[in-house]
Design a binder for this molecule. Structure first.
Ligand SMILES: C[S@@+](CC[C@H](N)C(=O)[O-])C[C@H]1O[C@@H](n2cnc3c(N)ncnc32)[C@H](O)[C@@H]1O
Length: 289
């Protein structure tokens, strides 16, 4: 049994390819053009550091490892959130082993707060064992507004609240890549007991109980676009070619036209699935036909 977050498949790898390629664009654009403050990487659902690809029996590097490995020279700070305590400990241990760095781990030293934090100062990394809906909203409302953030929101299930997105968008100076749980929303919308989770994800009750996957993505995109500065919001549906039962859509919001057009090319490239297969150490499409 792997200690790492399980349930990964080919679309997990495709998601990480898109993340990594966009981080390259983001750091290139912002490094030379953002003169007002720092650049921060904010990962709301950081996981354990790696994801277990169940049917291959392998672990692949997750979002935090990729961001730190490739871009620790560009980001001044990394804020990582992970609610599950076991995942939190696996994450700081995995980052320690991978980068040969030390974390100081203990309860946060703030009156009235009660969660674990793992601190490393070089590179500057803070891992918070808490609900990122609270954590990121606190950061957005209290940290200086001059830093520009890249925020990766990668839940499994309906745990990223629309109100958290609104807080990030209201803050501004942020590019957001979000993993929208398309089939999760569709299935929960059809089950009355799960409507609370859909409401938290969508931000209101204005959605059908029996919509198609495309409709739920379109509705979500339109809700985000109510914030006029980030139009158009881009989406990319990801379904593993060998298992189309489950789909998520990557949703991208930013205010910069150049960055948006670069992301459009990344999302729509012909070689995405080949690159995803390379991540899993596979060659050719044979396994999936
Ligand atoms: C899909 S995994 C993240 C994978 C990770 N981004 C990667 O690429 O390796 C989702 C993680 O979010 C955590 N999680 C769920 N709800 C959360 C919340 N409200 N705040 C922070 N973490 C949460 C889960 O425990 C799980 O480890």
């Amino acid at each position: 049994m792997s200690d790492h977050f399980s349930g990964g498949d080919l679309k997990t790898a495709a998601k990480l390819v898109i993340l990594e390629e966009y981080l390259d664009v983001y750091t290139t654009i912002l490094d030379s053009n953002w003169e007002w403050g720092d650049l921060w990487y904010v990962d709301t659902h950081s996981g354990t550091g790696k994801t277990h690809i169940d049917d291959k029996g392998i672990n692949i590097d997750g979002s935090a490892i990729r961001a730190i490995d490739d871009y620790s020279e560009f980001f001044d700070r990394f804020y990582l959130y992970e609610l599950n305590e076991e995942h939190f400990h696996t994450l700081h241990r995995t980052l320690s082993d991978t980068f040969d760095i030390q974390f100081d781990v203990g309860p946060v030293e703030t009156d009235g707060e009660d969660f674990l934090v793992a601190r490393c100062d070089d590179p500057y990394i803070r891992i918070m064992q808490m609900d990122s809906n609270q954590g990121v909203s606190f950061l957005a409302n209290n940290a200086n507004s001059n830093s520009h953030w890249f925020s990766f929101i990668d839940p499994k299930g309906l745990t990223a609240k629309k109100s958290t997105l609104d807080t990030l968008l209201d803050r501004g100076n942020v590019d957001i890549l979000l993993n929208y749980q398309t089939t999760g929303v569709m299935r929960s919308a059809a089950a009355e007991h799960a409507h609370g989770a859909v409401r938290r994800t969508m931000g209101d009750d204005d959605w059908p109980e029996a919509g198609s996957r495309e409709e739920y993505v379109q509705i979500y995109r339109e809700k985000l676009e109510e914030n006029g500065d980030i139009q158009p919001v881009l989406t990319k549906g990801l379904e593993s070619p060998d298992d189309r039962r489950c789909r998520f859509d990557l949703v991208f919001a930013c205010t910069n036209d150049g960055a948006r057009s670069a992301m459009e090319s990344i999302m729509n490239q012909d070689t995405l699935w080949e690159k995803a297969q390379d991540e899993l150490g596979q060659s050719g499409l044979g396994d999936f036909i």
